[in-house]
Design a protein around this ligand. Sequence first.
Ligand code: NAD
Length: 498
Amino acid sequence: MNDRKPADLPDHLRHFIGGKPVDSVDGGTFEVLDPMTNEAYLTAGAGQAEDVDRAVGAARSAFTDGPWPGMVARQRATILNKIADAVAAQDQRLAAWETYDTGLPITQALGQAQRAAENFRFFADLIVAQSEDSYQVPGRQLNYVHRKPVGVAGLITPWNTPFMLESWKLAPALAAGCTVVLKPAEFTPLSASLWPEIFAEAGVPDGVFNLVNGIGEQAGDALVAHPDVPLISFTGESATGQTIFARAAPMLKGLSMELGGKSPAIVFADADLDAALDSTLFGVFSLNGERCTAGSRILVERPIYDEFCAAYAERASKIIVGDPSDPATEVGTLVHPEHCAKVLSYVELGRTEGRLLAGGGRPPGLDQGNFVAPTVFADVAPEARIFTEEIFGPVVTLTPFDTEADALRLANAVKYGLAAYLWTSDLERGHNLAHRIEAGMVWLNSHNVRDLRTPFGGVKASGLGQEGGRRSLDFYSHQQAVHVSLGPAHTPRFGARS
Ligand code: NAD
């Protein structure tokens, strides 16, 4: 027993199907590692097609025969608010579990737990305030939108900020009246095991929420392939998104895909450099760099390039790397040894593709666990792999530019298009550039703070469809058009000629 380990951790995680914890039909399990030691600290049920089928069956019955889809919005919202209260009330415990499982610094895990509660509160408010369109042709026709939940939603989530990203899908899916099967990431299934109790105590009927743990290519694939799951909301790598897209195509499923990123942060010479420095450091090194919207390519206007590089490298080299459970830690451990090896391979590659200014491998004195020092490469060309490929760790590139057109060309020079960050005091330039950048979201002189009402999603290889606010509810709903005649139908009378 180590003193980092929360006292109340389970040592085995079961699936949760139809209101009950259950093991895999074939008894299979997989091991989950503590990222500080890379020793297995628990096992989880390795769900297969049969387990997914049982979970979908339970969700399907709850959808067709249960009260959830037909509840009035206020009733569902009351339950969603109770979920938010329960999440907020145990934010410290949640953060401690999440930190132990993922290696995320505890202060940042706490912020994610609070955001998870907010997601439920937000969608509770939204469904109560929601109105539907009607289109009137006076005296002739009334046309209105009847909104109804689609059915069983399959939710597949990644390992970076697991609980928060699960809440991001669970809250709108449940708010819309869908029933769900959640397949959490196999690297980090721990915090998802808290949902069943939270939902049951809030009054979510049995079968509305189901959870199947397992490996992506097994449990995840079975969920994507299941004929009774009409829609899949997926967050993860672009390559996995492509596989799921192909797999779902024969069934024409509804798909929402939040995928990878390699987002640019553009710093002009007229920017507030202190603010830009703080934001570009936090933007790539927070959440251990395992952040889809990380500003991992910093483009700097030539007149301030040398000064910016020096200041950036100095701050990066002072970032506190250490035990994720220590509140002073700024960068913790990467999630898994496989991922750590991948990030370190990019660090080695970077030595040949750029000028190393900070980091460059394991931090001294941290020989065990998945630690990578915050690493900065300067003078990185747009053809470099460390410029074009998603590393998903604490690694950043710096590249100079001369003109606005140059900056735009560099910003758009990768296959991804998730986020972009712009720092300039010339707002005319800022807005115009924002509109021309190929990115789903742009922050202009702003740190990555997102209003929950705004669209979230990427373009190009970063995603398909947009969620966020009412768009999330649209994804989980059918908007049926009902047309009513208010007078004679005036139908051309086929077959009525004598
Ligand atoms: P991943 O694609 O490896 O796995 C994500 C989930 O998909 C896991 O639950 C996994 O088990 C499952 N999965 C894997 N193969 C599958 C298959 N064939 N069929 C069905 N499910 C399958 O991604 P990851 O490594 O867990 O997460 C990191 C990635 O997620 C990064 O690329 C990151 O940018 C991206 N991400 C994107 C956003 C966003 O909003 N755009 C947010 C967070 C993370």
